[in-house]
Design a protein around this ligand. Sequence first.
Ligand code: NAD
Length: 444
Amino acid sequence: MTHRLTVIGTGYLGATHAACMADLGFEVLGLDVDPEKVARLAAGDLPFYEPGLEPVLRRNLENGRLRFTSSYEEVAEFGDVHFVCVGTPQKAGEYAADMTYVDDAITSLAPLLHRPCVIVGKSTVPVGTAERLAGRIAMLAPADGDAVLAWNPEFLREGFAVQDTLHPDRIVVGVPSDPGAADRAEKVLREVYSSMLAAETPFIVADYPTSELVKVSANAFLATKISFINAMAEVCEAAHADVTKLSEALSYDDRIGGRFLGPGLGFGGGCLPKDIRAFMARAGELGVDQALTFLREVDEINIRRRIRMVDLARHELGGSFIGRTVGVLGAAFKPNSDDVRDSPALDVAATIRGQGGKVTVYDPQAMANARRAHPALDFGESAMDAARGAHVVLLLTEWQEFREMDPHALGEAVAERNIVDGRNALDPEQWRSAGWNYRALGRP
Ligand code: NAD
């Protein structure tokens, strides 16, 4: 049987999920509370940058399988399966996740459910959320609705979102403890993901709390790996060693592996930082805060990289930013994305401006978001433009276009040939032989 799907919350995760599910042949109705987002998506205009997603969005709007709305009534009436993809940002002033969006989505949807359906949570949530929401659904949903809740955490990476959605590494499904409800949820999700199961994607069925923990522990592991190599970078700097060589040598060990072992300015974005903090907060509530004390250190190592970057740049300028011009290459938290949430690059740029530097930022895709987040910064039209007249250039997001820059051409634009490579993305010899004073995090 083909199910009709809805996707509630059409941001980075939800818009991708909605378009990709329609591409698999399902009829999909997306809902968001942001009317501008709904209007843009319905017009085939992706509100954010994600390589390869816009054509998928457009072809499924054109073939009529994908629509968008702001009406919860329409969604409840339409859907056999409702995917909840709303945001779970960090609460202001504390580490815990702000659950108001998830709670609001369930509170809006549940009372309208007059036909049997499966609600599938995809947002990243603190362990215990699904159990709590299942109770709320049981209380609010009409008796004739027969709504079951499953949790199906999402592992997609921005920049590879389409590929990751259509060809995930694994599918994790948290089901209720009642065997009948569990069977129903599992059966429906096996049908929805049948093309991926046919490709032998591992399908792991677990209880609610285990499924919730898979997501946050995966992020905790990845953040730890990044901070591990950045801690090694700190030691390398003190010992006059080269962390890029160290990381390369470690990467050949199969037990360690090279991915997420690139030393540099560290992690940011809308997931890792807030997810490890929410995980620590939740562990505290569960009385096992000691188990995750190491994540506090992981977070602090990560933040220290940003401070070190500012220090290095200031050092290159002889100890002060006052009256000096700084060209910043990169604003997105990583390449191939326009996401500037908790972006290390913008954090560094704003700190330097706060310390008196004249900062000009350029990013290939994230300019609009960066301007909105930091209206006080100056922005250039190109890498060359951002570097014009600079006393130091900082590479803070490793876009391919920056990796391929010609050091001679850039050298013509700057006031002084100083570059600090915050991502260890450039070839030091190439830059030095073009007359640049090249510095990088974790290298002599
Ligand atoms: P986002 O901010 O881009 O999107 C969230 C959307 O939900 C927004 O468009 C917002 O308007 C909408 N929304 C808020 N309240 C709503 C409501 N009551 N009803 C309907 N819509 C509502 O966030 P995102 O990056 O897509 O992340 C969503 C969730 O997915 C988070 O829990 C995140 O941790 C998780 N996640 C994100 C990624 C990623 O790469 N972005 C990957 C895996 C998991």
